[in-house]
Design a protein around this ligand. Sequence first.
Ligand code: ANZ
Length: 650
Amino acid sequence: KPSIIEKKWQNLWDKKKLFSVKKNKKQKFYVLEMFPYPSGNIHMGHVRNYTIGDVIARFFKNNQFNVLHPMGWDSFGMPAENAAIENNLNPKVWTEKNINNMKKQLKSIGLSIDWGREISTCDDQYYKHQQKLFIDLYNAGLVYKKDSYVNWDPVDETVLANEQVIDGKGWRSGALVEKKKLSQWFLKISKFSQELLSDLNKLDQWPEKVRAMQRNWIGVSEGVEIIFNISEKKNKIKVFTTRPETIFGATFIALSVEHEISSLFDSDLKFAKFKNLCIKDQEKRDSDEKFSFKTGLHVIHPFNKKKIPVFFTNYVLMDYGSGAIFGCPAHDQRDYDFALKNNLDIVKVIQDHLDENLTALPYCETNEGDRIINSDFLDNLHPFEGKEKITQIIHKSKIGGKKTDFRLRDWGVSRQRYWGCPIPIIYTEDGKTLTVDEKDLPVKLPDNIDFKNSGNPLSNHPTWKNTKCSKTGKKAIRETDTLDTFFDSSWYFLRFCSPIEKSIPFKEDDVNYWMPVDHYIGGVEHAILHLLYSRFFSRALKYCNYNVPEEPFKKLVTQGMVCHETFQTVDSKWINPENVFSEKDKKGKINYYAKKDGKVTLVLKGRSEKMSKSKKNVVDPDSIISNYGADTARLFMISDSPPERDLDWS
Ligand code: ANZ
């Protein structure tokens, strides 16, 4: 039934034509709010998010559009697994209970949601299709396995997410976290770096703030690659630089410990120790201090023919550029620190525009009056002119060329956890890695799982991982890693178009009709990962010949936080604002009090902050709805402040 408010607005639209939208039966409108994690209860943040979508959905519906406004559950993930470990129950039971509760709450708000399309990512009828998509990506070469370092809790024998490492220790065991090399699955998001970057310009209905965040995350760097010859060996070293005009200031070469040249030092115990230190000890690796290992090798400078020493160091990273740099101490702070520590030459090649010789080194800027010095044929040029010239010379003399590099790294999707989508891969006894036969999908999670032991519950399960290759009958072991839950949310908006399709993830016709999402609403905390992964996924599916749009979300609204006042007792205990009352004293000053353990105590009023259970300042939607009605709750949530702005609960 249309609500009272709806009728009222409908009247206004009809009579006064408050909004002007062409009535056209054939048009479609897809409204979507980021689907929730079923944590137990909805809070006012959800209410606001869904009310924004609700208003838009109703508006378009009342203007004769065909509207899609679905809802689902991002239901795999760690909280369910942790709750299960703590209460010794199955994550599925916990999750389903929460979903039922939250669904009941959402229904009570009176949102215009099409519950007939409800999906849940932990449902095997959802992840079955996801496994098929994984196999498609694998066959298209967009999935690969490589060794990578993870946070390892040696007591719980488990991999920890970054946010589970607190002050270098495991959040549960308190053990000192180590770096451990594990073979992990990756998606080739970096293959699409350029597209993901340039196509941001097409997203003219996205907040500029979000586009800027994605631009920075992808991090384009226009530079030059230069090849140096090692004088003692036949090997060459390729360096990546964004300042090729400083080449005459190069006084050393620095390599990542994982650089291919390191294989020349495989039998050197001292080097092995150094490498181990750089890799295992994250703190050392990231520290500002420059550690080094002198190789004894040299390269020949391609222009002044001087011999330059080669070092391994902690500050050059393997997964950026080529894992090798030329050090120019006069114009780079890190190179400067390194040169001082190792007694290396510092050759100034850029003359500051302001003074002649007094500039403090390193001088890293580029200003209008700057000039190149000590650089032979580049002398007296402005650094920008010098960059042009040297780039051309490098290209012509075939010792390198222009290179665009991106900071965006491939997406590691392996999780050593139970409560996630099983990766449909098997390893046969004759050493082959194969995808699971599609007719055998879904690879279901086992129900009888034991969380008492440490380690990955799936690999500890007595039988689950033992299987056979369906073609050869050879014995095989299942992959026991599960997928990062961001994988689940990278295509759910496509599934909403064909939610009950049994044999395929989605129907082309349905997706062609509904996609892209016309209006996507969610928190700004997803500005980078979820939105970037979804943009990548659409491109990756297109690459696998699925007919889907490249950009999944036409318009994006990042809603503000719902905030509420906070109160604390004198000894810093949070107090629910509902239990606080105020009194004026004789001078007219307002004091706040709360009843605690039967006694009245003074409490202090703090800032208005984002509603959160830990600060006890959440407002329960149920009591608002039962006291004031669902229409009132929705109206209040959207009328008080613009969607993008924070809303103060009052
Ligand atoms: C020589 C040089 C001279 C550099 C100079 C800077 C200043 P952005 O611009 O952020 O992309 N670099 C290259 N690869 C690296 C790696 N794997 N690990 C650490 N540092 C690396 O940074 C590019 C610059 O960062 C490159 O330009 C290189 O140092 C360094 F006066 O080359 B430069």
